[in-house]
Write a protein that binds this ligand. Structure first.
Ligand SMILES: NC(=O)c1ccc[n+]([C@@H]2O[C@H](COP(=O)([O-])OP(=O)(O)OC[C@H]3O[C@@H](n4cnc5c(N)ncnc54)[C@H](OP(=O)(O)O)[C@@H]3O)[C@@H](O)[C@H]2O)c1
Length: 281
């Protein structure tokens, strides 16, 4: 496993396991247990995924020392205010059954995220959170927050894959020392990423799949990836990306795949913003 260092010195694995869309307790628990068995040491969950308890149980039952596992979770918009966020983090600690969380993110930069962030800053100073970050911030937003907050976000978790490369966002994060983390590193399978001719042809040279090329490409850009799969053979495939290196020519070719926008979410659509505000669990 390769690691990146956050600006506060905390080390984070370059590749982790995401558990979005696995709300069933037993399936989530089994998936995390299988991921840990196959060498994953970063688990990415969220309060909104409704599987923190399953993640916590799988970690405890794995027998792997707590300090060897990097746990990320996220506070949802309904819990944004100073008091509500403090309470929401305490509930995450309880559900996960841990004394501290490695990385706590604010899931969306909407609503009262300024006061929610102040709560994260307090809990970070107390040691309950080893690192704090944002998700879904476009370049102007992450720049603004870095200029506003007392403690800058250490991570910005955004959609990043060959079809939506967000170079300006990466450049902005670099300027402020924020580490990028990719959600949806496979574009959730859209645009036939798994059989894409460019990724497949590059993969053939290294005996790797299109999925592995997509992950390796982000890792070589310094982006942490958190692919999700409930299938063990895919989990094994997805973590097997540290024994080859894409050439500059490969990287340049993948650059041509960028369509410049998301096809999964549209943060610029007022109806989508309304939906995020109304989503309660
Ligand atoms: N911060 C945010 O707002 C946000 C938003 C979305 C996601 N996330 C995080 O990012 C993680 C990953 O994103 P995601 O789950 O949305 O999408 P993703 O990782 O891009 O794609 C997951 C899909 O790809 C399939 N898959 C995985 N590996 C494969 C392989 N090697 N070959 C073929 N198919 C494969 C999975 O199917 P199977 O499971 O059936 O294998 C699943 O349908 C999430 O789990 C979550 O932790 C965060």
């Amino acid at each position: 496993m390769e690691y990146r260092e956050l600006y506060n010195g905390v080390k984070i694995p370059m590749l982790g396991y995401g558990v979005f869309q696995i709300p069933d307790h037993e399936e989530a628990k089994k998936s995390v247990a299988t991921a840990l068995k196959n060498g994953y040491r970063l688990i990415d969950t969220a309060q909104a995924y409704l599987n923190e308890t399953a993640v916590g149980e799988a970690i405890k039952e794995s027998g792997i020392p707590r300090e060897e596992i990097f746990i990320t979770t996220k506070v949802w918009v309904q819990d944004y205010s100073y008091e509500k966020t403090i309470k929401a983090v305490e509930l995450s600690l309880e559900r996960l059954g841990v004394e501290y969380i490695d990385l706590m993110l604010l899931h969306q930069p909407i609503g009262d995220y300024i006061n929610a962030w102040k709560a994260l800053e307090k809990l970070y100073k107390e040691g309950k959170l080893r690192a704090i970050g944002m998700a879904n911030c476009y370049p102007h937003v992450i720049a603004d927050l870095c200029m506003t907050f007392e403690i800058k976000p250490m991570i910005n978790q955004v959609e990043l894959h060959p079809f939506f490369q967000q170079q300006l966002n990466l450049d902005t994060m670099k300027e402020y020392g924020v580490v990028p983390e990719a959600w949806g590193p496979f574009n959730e399978g859209k645009r036939n990423l798994f059989t894409d001719p460019i990724l497949t042809a590059i993969g053939k040279k290294y005996n790797k799949t299109a999925a592995q090329v997509a992950l390796r490409w982000n890792i070589q850009r310094g982006v942490i990836v958190i692919p999700k799969s409930v299938r063990e053979e895919r989990m094994q495939q997805n973590i097997d990306v540290f024994d080859f290196e894409l050439s500059q020519e490969d990287m340049d070719q993948i650059k041509t795949m960028d369509i410049g926008h998301s096809e999964i979410v549209n943060h610029f659509d007022p109806e989508f913003v309304k939906m995020l505000h109304n989503h309660k669990f």
